[in-house]
Design a protein around this ligand. Structure first.
Ligand code: ADP
Ligand code: MG
Length: 253
């Protein structure tokens, strides 16, 4: 089997005549943690939409674990092992973290037995180890609406991990978090990258510096502008021009 979990070749996505993605080439190794940055409109969200099957390519191929995703619908691709974390946490606020995770572990089964019965031992261990991983063991039995924004984000990451995806797609996980929560989110993602392949889309440069242990990819106008270690990407004049320049303008505004 290939050691590439994701292989994308000559990917183009047109909306009307406009190319949101333009002849994009990208590969991700098994177990890699990749950060994707790029200015607004670069095509980052469209890129995730293509991997999950929400949007289909106009041209080019996307292979996941060696399989062309073209014929598969979104729910089939999710079942093949692609999990996506959206920007806004989607947790049940009236349930506790433990109950939310138990539901996520049982996604395809009936909801009520999960809530009313004690889950069997192996599963309880899974929920307990997930709580441990996301750092919510002390708050496991509080209603989720009492959690901070950051804690809700971790809970949702835990719910995603409960479904054992091979590839985790994470869209701007630290928007609106405190500095301390941001750092802990970084530690969580780095820890998860030991057992998952992960793509993180992010704007926060300090956060990118923290988690970019592998490669960083810069998207611009629907194509890969450059790729490499954080330091080399950060000092690339093309990146400074299209991305960091824009961010400074935004901050000044
Ligand atoms: P990013 O996430 O990097 O900000 P997007 O992938 O959301 O960029 O969008 C890339 C470009 O494609 C933008 O110019 C956006 O306006 C355009 N776009 C995205 N989705 C659609 C759509 N469904 N129809 C038309 N244009 C779209
Ligand atoms: Mg976007």
């Amino acid at each position: 089997m290939s050691d590439k979990i994701l292989e994308i070749e000559h990917l183009t996505v047109s909306f009307g005549g406009f190319r949101a993605l333009n002849d994009l080439n990208f590969t991700l190794n098994q177990g890699e943690l990749r950060v994707i940055i790029g200015p607004n409109g670069a095509g980052k969200t469209t890129f995730l939409d293509i991997i999950t099957g929400k949007t289909k390519p106009t041209a080019g191929t996307v292979k996941f674990k060696g399989k062309n995703l073209r014929p598969y619908a979104e729910h089939q691709i999710a079942r093949m092992g692609v999990g996506r974390k959206f920007q806004t946490p989607r947790v049940y606020l009236n349930l506790t973290p433990r109950q939310n995770l138990a539901l996520a572990c049982n996604r395809n089964k009936n909801v009520f037995p999960t809530l009313l019965q004690k889950p069997p031992t192996p599963e309880r261990r899974t929920v307990a180890s997930l709580l441990e991983t996301i750092g919510l063991s002390p708050k496991a039995d509080l209603p989720a609406n009492l959690l901070s924004h950051g804690e809700k984000q971790w809970l949702e990451i835990g719910m995603l991990v409960a479904q054992s995806p091979d590839l985790l797609l994470v869209d701007e996980p630290v928007a609106g978090l405190t500095d301390e929560e941001t750092e802990r989110t970084g530690e969580l993602l780095v820890a998860l990258s030991e057992s998952h392949s992960i793509i993180v889309i992010e704007h926060d440069m300090e956060f990118v510096r923290q988690i970019a242990t592998d490669q960083v990819t810069v998207l611009h106008q629907g194509s890969v502008l450059c790729e490499g270690a954080f330091e080399s990407v950060q000092s690339d004049p093309r990146v400074i021009e299209v991305y960091l320049g824009q961010e400074e303008t935004e901050h000044a505004a």
